[in-house]
Design a protein around this ligand. Sequence first.
Ligand code: CA2
Length: 154
Amino acid sequence: MPTLLLLNGPNLNLLGTREPGLYGSTTLADVEAQCRADAQRLGFELEAFQSNHEGALIDKIHEAGRRHKAGEIAGVVFNPGAFTHTSVAIFDAISGVKPLPVIEIHISNVHAREAFRHHSYVSPAAAGIVIGFGTEGYSLALEGLARKIAAAAR
Ligand code: CA2
Protein backbone atom coordinates (compact mmCIF):
# COMPACT_ATOMS: atom_id res chain seq x y z
CA MET A 1 0.00 0.00 0.00
CA PRO A 2 1.32 3.54 -0.71
CA THR A 3 2.66 5.30 2.35
CA LEU A 4 2.36 8.79 3.81
CA LEU A 5 5.09 10.16 6.06
CA LEU A 6 4.27 12.21 9.17
CA LEU A 7 7.26 14.33 10.19
CA ASN A 8 7.46 16.35 13.40
CA GLY A 9 10.30 18.68 14.32
CA PRO A 10 11.86 19.99 17.52
CA ASN A 11 10.06 19.88 20.86
CA LEU A 12 6.92 18.29 19.42
CA ASN A 13 7.80 15.19 21.48
CA LEU A 14 6.62 17.36 24.43
CA LEU A 15 3.08 17.67 23.03
CA GLY A 16 0.40 17.08 25.64
CA THR A 17 2.86 17.23 28.53
CA ARG A 18 3.38 21.04 28.77
CA GLU A 19 1.76 24.28 27.53
CA PRO A 20 -1.72 22.73 27.02
CA GLY A 21 -3.12 26.27 26.56
CA LEU A 22 -1.09 26.68 23.38
CA TYR A 23 -0.80 23.15 22.00
CA GLY A 24 -3.62 21.16 23.69
CA SER A 25 -3.43 18.03 25.81
CA THR A 26 -3.09 15.49 22.99
CA THR A 27 0.28 13.70 23.07
CA LEU A 28 2.48 13.02 20.04
CA ALA A 29 1.64 9.31 20.38
CA ASP A 30 -2.08 10.27 20.21
CA VAL A 31 -1.45 12.41 17.11
CA GLU A 32 0.42 9.57 15.43
CA ALA A 33 -2.37 7.08 16.22
CA GLN A 34 -5.02 9.54 14.93
CA CYS A 35 -2.99 10.08 11.73
CA ARG A 36 -2.49 6.34 11.22
CA ALA A 37 -6.28 5.85 11.39
CA ASP A 38 -6.85 8.83 9.03
CA ALA A 39 -4.28 7.49 6.56
CA GLN A 40 -5.86 4.03 6.54
CA ARG A 41 -9.31 5.53 5.93
CA LEU A 42 -7.77 7.38 2.96
CA GLY A 43 -6.14 4.20 1.62
CA PHE A 44 -2.55 4.71 2.83
CA GLU A 45 -0.11 3.32 5.38
CA LEU A 46 1.48 5.86 7.73
CA GLU A 47 5.07 6.16 8.88
CA ALA A 48 5.85 8.65 11.64
CA PHE A 49 9.16 10.26 12.61
CA GLN A 50 10.02 13.01 15.11
CA SER A 51 13.39 14.57 15.68
CA ASN A 52 14.84 17.53 17.55
CA HIS A 53 17.73 17.62 15.05
CA GLU A 54 17.65 19.58 11.78
CA GLY A 55 20.00 17.20 9.95
CA ALA A 56 17.95 14.14 10.91
CA LEU A 57 14.81 15.80 9.49
CA ILE A 58 16.69 16.71 6.29
CA ASP A 59 17.97 13.13 5.94
CA LYS A 60 14.39 11.88 6.33
CA ILE A 61 13.15 14.29 3.62
CA HIS A 62 15.91 13.08 1.26
CA GLU A 63 15.00 9.45 1.99
CA ALA A 64 11.32 10.28 1.33
CA GLY A 65 12.36 11.82 -2.01
CA ARG A 66 14.19 8.63 -3.03
CA ARG A 67 11.24 6.48 -1.89
CA HIS A 68 8.82 8.75 -3.79
CA LYS A 69 10.76 8.05 -7.00
CA ALA A 70 10.51 4.32 -6.20
CA GLY A 71 6.71 4.65 -5.80
CA GLU A 72 6.75 3.91 -2.06
CA ILE A 73 6.07 7.29 -0.40
CA ALA A 74 3.20 9.35 -1.83
CA GLY A 75 3.51 12.48 0.31
CA VAL A 76 4.54 14.10 3.58
CA VAL A 77 2.78 16.03 6.36
CA PHE A 78 5.41 18.06 8.19
CA ASN A 79 5.35 20.23 11.30
CA PRO A 80 8.86 21.68 11.26
CA GLY A 81 8.40 23.36 14.68
CA ALA A 82 10.72 26.30 15.28
CA PHE A 83 12.88 25.31 12.25
CA THR A 84 9.98 26.76 10.22
CA HIS A 85 11.25 30.23 11.08
CA THR A 86 15.00 29.60 10.79
CA SER A 87 15.88 26.89 8.31
CA VAL A 88 16.96 27.63 4.76
CA ALA A 89 18.36 24.07 4.79
CA ILE A 90 14.89 22.56 5.27
CA PHE A 91 13.53 24.79 2.47
CA ASP A 92 16.36 23.50 0.23
CA ALA A 93 15.67 19.87 1.20
CA ILE A 94 11.95 20.10 0.37
CA SER A 95 12.71 21.98 -2.87
CA GLY A 96 15.25 19.29 -3.75
CA VAL A 97 12.77 16.40 -3.57
CA LYS A 98 10.03 17.92 -5.76
CA PRO A 99 7.52 16.77 -6.97
CA LEU A 100 7.09 14.95 -3.61
CA PRO A 101 4.18 16.88 -2.04
CA VAL A 102 4.89 18.22 1.47
CA ILE A 103 2.08 19.78 3.51
CA GLU A 104 3.27 22.16 6.24
CA ILE A 105 1.19 22.11 9.41
CA HIS A 106 1.18 24.23 12.56
CA ILE A 107 -0.95 23.44 15.58
CA SER A 108 -1.12 27.05 16.76
CA ASN A 109 -1.98 30.11 14.67
CA VAL A 110 1.58 31.34 14.25
CA HIS A 111 0.29 34.64 12.77
CA ALA A 112 -1.45 35.49 16.06
CA ARG A 113 1.81 34.95 18.00
CA GLU A 114 5.23 36.65 18.17
CA ALA A 115 6.44 38.46 15.02
CA PHE A 116 9.36 36.00 14.66
CA ARG A 117 6.81 33.23 14.02
CA HIS A 118 5.13 35.11 11.14
CA HIS A 119 7.73 34.14 8.55
CA SER A 120 8.11 30.58 7.28
CA TYR A 121 11.09 29.45 5.22
CA VAL A 122 9.15 26.24 4.52
CA SER A 123 5.91 27.64 3.05
CA PRO A 124 7.28 28.59 -0.40
CA ALA A 125 8.36 24.95 -0.91
CA ALA A 126 5.17 23.42 0.55
CA ALA A 127 2.33 22.02 -1.55
CA GLY A 128 -0.16 23.36 1.03
CA ILE A 129 -0.34 24.79 4.54
CA VAL A 130 -2.64 24.12 7.52
CA ILE A 131 -2.38 26.56 10.44
CA GLY A 132 -4.19 27.07 13.73
CA PHE A 133 -6.60 24.11 13.95
CA GLY A 134 -4.93 22.49 16.93
CA THR A 135 -3.85 18.88 16.56
CA GLU A 136 -6.94 18.24 14.38
CA GLY A 137 -4.99 20.14 11.74
CA TYR A 138 -2.93 16.98 11.17
CA SER A 139 -6.12 15.22 9.99
CA LEU A 140 -6.98 18.18 7.73
CA ALA A 141 -3.45 18.11 6.31
CA LEU A 142 -3.66 14.37 5.55
CA GLU A 143 -7.03 14.85 3.87
CA GLY A 144 -5.65 17.70 1.73
CA LEU A 145 -2.54 15.69 0.91
CA ALA A 146 -4.64 12.70 -0.24
CA ARG A 147 -6.65 15.03 -2.51
CA LYS A 148 -3.48 16.47 -4.04
CA ILE A 149 -2.08 12.96 -4.62
CA ALA A 150 -5.34 11.90 -6.31
CA ALA A 151 -5.39 15.07 -8.47
CA ALA A 152 -1.77 14.50 -9.57
CA ALA A 153 -2.60 10.92 -10.59
CA ARG A 154 -5.47 12.02 -12.86
O1 CA2 B 1 2.18 25.69 16.19
C1 CA2 B 1 3.02 24.84 15.83
O2 CA2 B 1 2.74 23.71 15.47
C2 CA2 B 1 4.51 25.22 15.88
O3 CA2 B 1 5.16 24.59 14.78
C3 CA2 B 1 5.05 24.65 17.19
C4 CA2 B 1 6.50 25.03 17.46
C5 CA2 B 1 6.71 26.53 17.32
O4 CA2 B 1 8.09 26.85 17.44
C6 CA2 B 1 6.20 27.04 15.97
O5 CA2 B 1 6.36 28.45 15.93
C7 CA2 B 1 4.73 26.71 15.79
C8 CA2 B 1 6.89 24.64 18.89
C9 CA2 B 1 6.67 23.21 19.20
C10 CA2 B 1 6.86 23.05 20.69
O6 CA2 B 1 5.93 22.13 21.14
C11 CA2 B 1 5.74 22.05 22.49
C12 CA2 B 1 4.69 21.30 22.90
C13 CA2 B 1 4.42 21.20 24.24
C14 CA2 B 1 5.24 21.85 25.16
C15 CA2 B 1 6.30 22.59 24.73
C16 CA2 B 1 6.57 22.69 23.38
